[in-house]
Design a protein around this ligand. Sequence first.
Ligand code: NAD
Ligand code: ZN
Length: 353
Amino acid sequence: MVPRVIFGRGSFNQLSEIISPNRLNTKAPFIYLVDDVFKSNTWLTSRISLSYDDKILYISTKEEPKTSQVDQLVEDIILTCKERPSGIIGIGGGSILDLAKAVSILLTNEGSAENYQGWDLVKNPAIYHVGIPTISGTGAEVSRTAILTGPKLKLGINSDYTPFDQVLLDPELTKDVEKNQWFYTGMDCYIHCIESLNGTFLNEFSKTYGEKAFDLCKEIFLADNLSVAESQDKLMMASWHGGMSIAYSQVGVAHALSYGLSYYLGVKHGIGNCLVFDHLEEYYPEGVALFKTMKAKHDIELPQGICANLTDAEFDIMIKVALSLEPLWENALGKKWKTIITPEKVKSLYQKI
Ligand code: NAD
Ligand code: ZN
């Protein structure tokens, strides 16, 4: 679990005070990985106080993080810093938070990021790393994984060294998120709850967090009486609880299929989950019905025909990625999942998207 967390509107102003005790020496900088959506947004960046050799690296999130991108960042940091950094601070959505976690691990573990995709492959503790979400929903701020697309798979670096040492939750930072993106990333949280609460891996630990996050999602996406600030505050906490819920259980059918879409077509996680979940009545009837109500309430029109012109060979690539995520299927459908879900079945689901 994340050992230290601070929550509050405006708490971003305390960042420097929070991290400064962790500065190793004047030659060991803090490196800020910041979503480049904030490059021209001085509202946020002017509040980052840089000392000594500290620096901000602006990162595009047009594409989701890749193992090669982590390797490149680590190499650049090693080449340009006098000493190993004092810490990595990720400021952005799930993409930047996962990059920050992975970079902090690869600064103390040899080789390429792709060697660590999987479960418990990391040998050495990461350097101090701090996560500051600027959009709510993925739960990446609290989870034990850093999801990366590698040459072979989209798979997380899951390890005890992955979680942040410190998280700063300032809901005000989410104020400029565009509406569709707010819905897609918010629905990632909602889908985490549905998949966790309806999974066979469910236990009281996951259930407690999942139910709270589910109730918050219903308030945020269905109630009419929330102020903007209340909605931002609640979604940030829903994301946290949703992440905690899957940390001790697993996601399910929507995530397995969404990973296939993302791996081959580059469809981003939030919208990919929505595209898939819209067609999963068979597995999550009540959850999908409520999703459709939320979608209608917020006038969200999902793109159609994403998979319309794919060849059989292309479908096969996506099916292979989706079916390789065995724990997700086992959580969703039980130990005998292979008798229920076949490549043909997965293809028929992709063909609806
Ligand atoms: P994202 O980080 O890609 O951000 C989505 C978009 O929102 C980007 O265009 C970004 O520039 C913009 N944005 C972010 N903050 C903003 C702000 N305050 N104002 C305006 N625009 C802003 O998307 P995401 O949905 O947060 O994350 C998706 C990624 O998270 C995927 O790579 C996925 O694999 C990963 N993920 C990780 C976990 C985990 O547990 N580690 C869980 C779920 C998803
Ligand atoms: Zn997710």
